[in-house]
Each structure stands twice: as C-alpha cells, then as structure tokens.
Design a protein around this ligand. Structure first.
Ligand code: GUN
Length: 281
C-alpha cells in the first residue's frame, strides 16, 4: 500500500527545507527578511487552525510573520484599510486573507485590493487572469501544490483524462486550468453535473475538491487511476478527505492521503510564493 501513497507531507518538508536555506541566503546577501501578513476575520475553527499552521510554517522557515486576527463584525472598510497599510509596508512581501470571509464582506473586492505583486494566494483578478493566459504570476497554492506533487512522482499529465470535481475559485477552477496547461483533457464537474460517476470513471487523474467525506467511492473510480484528494472535512475531531480511501486503495495506482497529501503542499507553496514575492520586488 505504501507505494501507492503520494506523500505530500514528505515532499512539502523537503521543499520547506530548501526554502529555509534560500531565506537565509537572502538575509545574508540582501539583508531582507521575507515577510508574510495573514488576515483572519472571525473564528471559523478550520480557518483558525489553517492560519496557525501558516504562521508556524513561516516562523520555522525564517520568514517574518504577522497575523491580523480581526473580530467577526469587522467592516469591509476596515479590512480594506488594513490591506492598504500592508500593501505599503516594506516589511511585508506577501499578503493573504484567509477565506471564507463573513457573509457581509465581499471576498472579490477584498482580493482585488491586494497589490498583485504581494498576492501570494493568487486570488487577485490580475493573477487569475495571468493564470488563465499562462503568463507568469502567482498561482493559487493548492492547485500549484497538486501539480508539483504529480510532477515530483513523474506522473505524466499530457493527453490524460483529468476530471476535477468541484468548481471553486480557490481549488477546482485553477486546478482545471493548470491541468489544461499541462495538456490534459480536462473535465470540470460540479454540483449540477448529471451522472457524475460517468465522468469520474473515465478519469486517469481524478481531483476531488468538494469537502464531502467519503463522497468518491470505489465504483466511481477507474482501475489504475491517480487520485488527488483535495477535500478536507472534520468528522468528529478527525480530518478526512472526499475519497473513501480504504475503499479505493486496492483499485487505484496512486492516491494522496488526508491528512498528509495536498494540505502540506498548500503550505509549502505559500512559502514558495512569498519567497518569489521578494525576488520579483
Ligand atoms: N481557505 C481555504 N483554503 C485557502 C487558501 O488556500 N487561501 C486562503 N486565503 N483561504 C483559504
């Protein structure tokens, strides 16, 4: 079974060690400490936990880290003012606003306000447009991490049937775009897709990013498929993915576990993007 696992945790650790060495080099050569500011609004438990992990990863990597924890009832104007300050703060090279934001805040307006050169999440429309056009810019961390993991394991993408389940702006849409840029034949499925399993069963590479535990079962996957489980849900206090791991493991060629697959890659890519933000400055 172990040879079927795409070990995101292990790869992320290696990437973070290399980034740490580069951060140290930049400190010595240029006197710059790469800085990331994270904005968290409210107390959504998953977001609180993700932000803590991002903060810890920054500190372990030698980055300067600022976390702005704001009340649930913070106004959109206050968030935009904070972003303006961070855009103009030379200590900060990357800015990330943890999503989802409370319902009264327009996420699109917030992401538009982040200076594109500091937009390490890649959610500003300038960077999303660049992604669409395949010109250099910041690439959203989870999709970037998924492609990096596939490449690390020499999994060929060109000409493969890649099926992405979930059309979020954060994961589904950018992942489908990146797979297309790698010359896969891409199908993007979503909650209104009819007869979903007729698509998933044809997938050489199946990416699921919907956040529904055990949604992808053995009868929905092709024998020998590569499965990327980008879903995260809490069942009790256990983190689980979208895929019935035990049910599909015999059938598939490779699979990312949850935890230990896509999640750690997201954090490694965030650090990589923040380092990139210093280099493009
Ligand atoms: N919420 C869930 N995933 C992400 C992410 O990658 N970035 C941000 N900003 N919020 C998220």
């Amino acid at each position: 079974m172990r040879d079927k696992i795409l070990d995101g945790k292990g790869l992320a650790k290696d990437i973070r060690e290399k980034i740490k060495a580069e951060v140290n080099n930049i400190k010595i050569a240029k006197g710059i400490v790469p800085g990331l500011a994270v904005v968290l609004v409210g107390q959504d438990p998953a977001s609180v936990s993700y932000v803590s992990m991002k903060e810890r990863a920054c500190l372990e990597g030698g980055f300067y880290s600022e976390v702005h924890r704001l009340d649930e009832d913070t106004s959109q104007g206050e968030i935009l003012s904070l972003i303006d300050e961070l855009n103009n703060n030379d200590k900060i090279h990357g800015i990330l606003v943890q999503l989802p934001l409370p319902g009264n805040i327009d996420e699109k307006i917030v992401n538009e306000r982040i200076e594109p050169k500091k937009d390490v999440d890649g959610f500003n429309p300038i960077n999303l447009g660049k992604l669409f056009l395949k010109t250099p810019g910041f690439i959203p961390c989870t999709p970037k991490g998924i492609i990096r993991l596939l490449k690390h394991y020499d999994i060929s993408i060109e000409g493969k049937n890649a099926v992405v389940v979930g059309r979020s702006d954060i994961v589904g849409k950018p992942t489908a775009t990146l797979l297309l840029h790698e010359n896969a034949t891409v199908t993007l499925c979503h909650s209104r897709t009819k007869n979903l399993s007729s698509y998933t069963k044809e997938a050489d590479i199946l990416v699921s990013a919907i956040g529904k535990p055990n949604f992808i079962t053995s009868s929905m996957v092709k024998k020998g498929a590569i499965i990327i489980d980008a879903g995260t849900s809490k069942v009790g206090n256990k983190l689980v993915g979208d895929v019935d791991f035990q049910g599909v493991i015999e059938k598939v060629d490779k699979i990312t576990p949850v935890p230990g697959g896509v999640g750690p890659m997201t954090i490694a890519m965030l650090l990589e993007n923040t380092l990139e933000a210093v280099l493009i400055k």
